[in-house]
Every structure is written in structure tokens, then in C-alpha cells.
Design a protein around this ligand. Sequence first.
Ligand SMILES: Nc1ncnc2c1ncn2[C@@H]1O[C@H](COP(=O)(O)OP(=O)(O)O)[C@@H](O)[C@H]1O
Ligand SMILES: [Mg+2]
Length: 317
Amino acid sequence: MRAVVLAGGRSLERQVSLRSGARVEDALRSLGHEVVRLDPAADLVRRLKQERPEVAFIALHGPGGEDGTVQELLEILGIPYTGPGIAACVRCMDKVVAKHEIRAAGIPTPDWVAFNATAFRELGAADALEEIEAQLDFPLVVKPASQGSSLGVKFAASPEDVPEALVAAFSYDDRVLLERYVRGRELAVGILESDSLPIVEAVPKQEDFFNFEARYEIGRTTYLCPAELSEPEAQSVQDAARRTYETLGCEGFARVDLMLAEDGEPQVLEVNAIPGLTDTSLFPQAAEAAGLSFEDLVGRIVTLAFERRRESAALPG
Ligand SMILES: Nc1ncnc2c1ncn2[C@@H]1O[C@H](COP(=O)(O)OP(=O)(O)O)[C@@H](O)[C@H]1O
Ligand SMILES: [Mg+2]
């Protein structure tokens, strides 16, 4: 089969994407496919029309690749693609949109307040900080609505930390949220098709505990898979992750990040519509713990792209 792997792009997660893409490309080759790698730029549509691939494997992360943009173009061109469809990508890319949907579905997610740059610049949102802080309690986590890899995510222990954290978050995005900090264990659940993979736990080094950006660097956090959880804990975490995946309309695969709070309740933080697929990424580690090699995983993801295509082709009208 002729496949294109889309990797690179212009988001801040370009380097991660290039690593994900290179690994996917190798896997597709060893599965016997003919592969062309495309780095999305101004000639993307032209290149796709030239290549006429039977499937596009999207290994892009962040805005542009994970937010529905590339998916829209692929649908226009009639090229089946991997991972969630347009609507799910749009919902997952914006943490505020995702949290509204998650909460509306009755799935626990930490309390939050969000506002965009316009509210700040033109509507005096700064004057509401006192009320916001009173509603949420400290500590808080301040983050941009649409980034990944912990970019711009800051811990605010007290009101004095908020202005600087807001400036940092606004440097990444025009929309920012302040979210109640959840003390507990940090977990990630990969969902393949609609089944949960074994749970991954991120165990940060003590000195990096509140430095989320630093923790993301390779080697600074230890990952355990499967996480050591009691059976009921694991059940409720996987259940929350599966329900989140379905609520947001994900297809193919995705990764749900959540905290297991000290009271034993899972609190969903976000969904990654196209999780990292590098050799240190969590999703492939979880697949491996389930007995799926990286090649098996990539093969399965491609098959799911075709199945979805056949299902939508079978719809009337
Ligand atoms: N409300 C929160 N409580 C505790 N830790 C949080 C919270 N929000 C984010 N974090 C920490 O920051 C990391 C990144 O946040 P996340 O919402 O997953 O954004 P992204 O991964 O897209 O950058 C999480 O994995 C977690 O370690
Ligand atoms: Mg995350």
C-alpha cells in the first residue's frame, strides 16, 4: 500500500513530531508499505495530489496537525487518515472546549476558569482575578488552552504567582485557563479503538515536582507501565478515560491524561488526539505492555483508518 506519513509541521512540537514520524515510517516499511514522508508546508495539498496515497498517517502534534486543520484537507482530497476525525480534533485541541464537554458528560475534571486575550486587553479581565482566586483556591495550574508537551504550564502556589504565570501562558495562546491543582498520581491512558491500554504512571523527580516544563524533558520523569494500582482504582481510571474518549468523539486512538486524586477519584486533565509515538512516548509503551509491538500498533491504527472510511462510505446520502 502507498502511504504518506505527515510529520514535522510548524507547531512548537515539531521535533517530537519528526521523531514520531521517523519511527512510524520505519514501522510502515517493515510492514511492507511504500512510504513517503511529507513535512506539511505551503505545498502540502499539491504534494498530496501528486502522491495520491491510499492512506495518510498523521504523526503531527499541536496546532495545525492535531487540531483538525490537516484532517479537513485530507477529507476534501478523499484520503483516509489515521486517528480522530475533525470534530474530535477540534474538541481535544482546546482544553477549555474539552473540559466543558467532559464536565457536561458527568466525568470529573478539575474546576477551572478560562479567558481569552481579548477579555484581558479589552474587557478588564484583570479586575476579576480576585473573584477567580476566591472561587478556585490555591494552588492553581495556569496553562494555555491549546498546547502540548507541558509548554507554558505553570504552578501558582499563591495569588502573587498568577500574573507571571498568565504572561507565560498567554505567550503560547490567546486563550488561557486557571485550573485547580490536583494533588495525586499522574496517569495517562492510551485508548486504541475503544479499548483501554495498560495505565502509565509518571513519577517526577522530587526537585522537579512543580516544574511541569522541566519534567517533560527526557530522563527527568520515570514512567511505569502498568501503573501499580488496585483493581478498583485501575477500573475507575480506565472507565473515566474510555468515557472521555467517547464523549469527545475520538476514533482510532488517543491518550487521556488524568490525575488520580488523593481521595481516589480520577480527574481528567486533557486528551491528546495524536499522542507522541517516539521511542520514549507513553502510548507505544502502553501498547507494548499490552503485548503489541510498535509495528503491530501502527498496523492496527492504519486498519482502523480504513474501517472508518468504509463505515462513512456506507452511510446513506
Ligand atoms: N490541575 C492540575 N493538577 C495537577 N497537575 C497538573 C494539572 N494540570 C496540569 N498538571 C501537570 O502538568 C502536566 C501538563 O498538563 P496537561 O494539562 O496534560 O497539558 P499538556 O500535556 O497538553 O501540556 C500534566 O501532565 C501534570 O503533570
Ligand atoms: Mg498532557
